[in-house]
Design a protein around this ligand. Structure first.
Ligand code: PLP
Length: 392
């Protein structure tokens, strides 16, 4: 397996076949496991091997297959799967930190990540310094000798600012800090977070890995020591386990993740190129367009610009709502990475909780829309968006 390319790993890595030799991965829909004898139960509780299970909150064969396949795909030593992306973010942060620790985080974060770093961690005595993720001088002055970890999204939601992961990792490692990355927007297909210095990589599997809007899931990837000694004890006792059924759905998702993401990114680039400069658009951001402020970083760090475009329509909230209501193909919703194109108005939905000043600081204007590009025909999407822009 070591010489397999990521596409092959995404289809085959980690497979465990039962005595029936099934082709499609077996779904072990079981919460518990039976021991041969009382002595075997005792021995399993003293020490369990990699394929010896006790209770599904600790591990399950279908979940283990997903963890191993993801670790192989990402090039990580080990992985722990969780019930959702937020269970992964929470588990990775809370298992690593204690009162008195210092964290430096990029300010532009997914709303729930921001809630953990801004509200929960300080309540428990963790000091968090927020920086503009694209400003390397700000990272450098914020990271202290006693900084325990840095946290960032490689591509920020929803404005698509790109953080230079290799540069931030070098600054963090110089001070002995752990680099923890939420890599959802870069996807496990286009990002290379471990190559670029991340110690811990987190995905919401709900997004591109399922990619078909069916289930929640998450995963934490990193060094074996970190996963087994730091993350696992915390998660197995606090209950963030991934359901075997959802792990099975994610395994099916991984079989097509390269095909889907590659097509979606190709369509996204074509749409971004065709729509840039449209007279009804105040702004358009896509990481692989030369007009993107971090274009150089984005092309070095990601194989494509990803599957999301940020659009700012003219006419503020009213213009954005007219545009949304005139669309016939992209649905109004708040997932991303789905086979169906999805439009989100962050100011009134995902980022509604923030004050106007906070939204301004993050560049979330009233006209901003997050466009997650799906698998529909590019010509149909372009015609639909152009006609909806006329309605503004
Ligand atoms: C969706 C998302 C999450 C949370 O994932 P869930 O599976 O919804 O819990 C975290 N970070 C980013 C960047 C996301 O897009």
């Amino acid at each position: 397996m070591t010489d397999w390319s990521p596409r092959t790993r995404a289809v085959h890595a980690g497979t465990r076949r039962s005595q029936y030799g099934e082709v499609s991965e077996a779904l072990f829909m079981t919460q518990g496991f039976v021991y041969e004898s009382a002595e075997a139960a005792e021995a399993r509780f003293i020490e369990s091997g990699p394929d010896e299970f006790i209770y599904a909150r600790y591990g399950n064969p279908t979940v283990a297959t997903f963890e191993e396949r993801m670790a192989a795909l990402e090039g990580a030593e080990d992985a722990f799967a969780t019930a959702s992306g937020m269970a992964a973010v929470n588990g990775a942060l809370c298992s690593s930190l204690k009162a008195g620790d210092h964290v430096v985080s990029a300010r532009a974060l997914f709303g729930s990540c921001l809630y953990i770093l801004e509200d929960i961690l300080p309540r428990w005595g963790v000091e968090v310094t927020f920086v503009d993720g694209t400003d390397l001088a700000a990272w450098e002055s914020a990271i202290r000798d006693d900084t325990k970890l840095v946290f960032l999204e490689t591509v920020a939601n929803p404005t698509l600012e790109v953080v230079d992961l290799a540069a931030v990792s070098a600054l963090a490692h110089a001070k002995g800090a752990l680099v923890m990355v939420d890599n959802v927007f870069a996807t496990p297909v286009f990002g290379h977070a471990i190559r670029d210095g991340a110690d811990v990589v987190i995905y919401s599997a709900t997004k591109h890995i399922d990619g078909q809007g069916r289930a929640l899931g998450g995963i934490i990837l990193g060094k074996q020591q970190f996963i087994r000694k730091t993350v696992e004890p915390y998660l197995k006792h606090t209950g963030g386990a991934l359901s075997p059924f959802n792990a099975w759905l994610m395994l099916k998702g991984l079989e097509t993740v390269h095909l889907r993401c590659t097509q979606q990114a190709q369509t996204a680039l074509a749409l971004a190129t065709a729509l840039e400069g449209h007279e009804q658009l105040a702004k358009l951001a896509y990481p692989h367009l030369p007009s993107h402020p971090q274009y150089e970083v984005a092309t070095r760090q990601m194989d494509t610009g990803g599957t999301v475009i940020a659009l700012e329509v003219k006419g503020g909230k009213e213009g954005a709502f007219r545009f949304l209501n005139a669309l016939t193909i992209p649905v109004i919703s708040n997932n991303l990475g789905d086979a169906k194109s999805i439009m989100t108005h962050p100011a009134t939905t995902t980022h509604q909780r923030l004050s106007e000043a906070q939204r301004d600081a993050l560049g979330i204007s009233d006209g901003l829309l997050r466009f997650s590009v799906g698998l529909e025909d590019e010509r149909d999407l372009l015609a639909d968006i152009r006609s909806a822009l006329e309605v503004i």
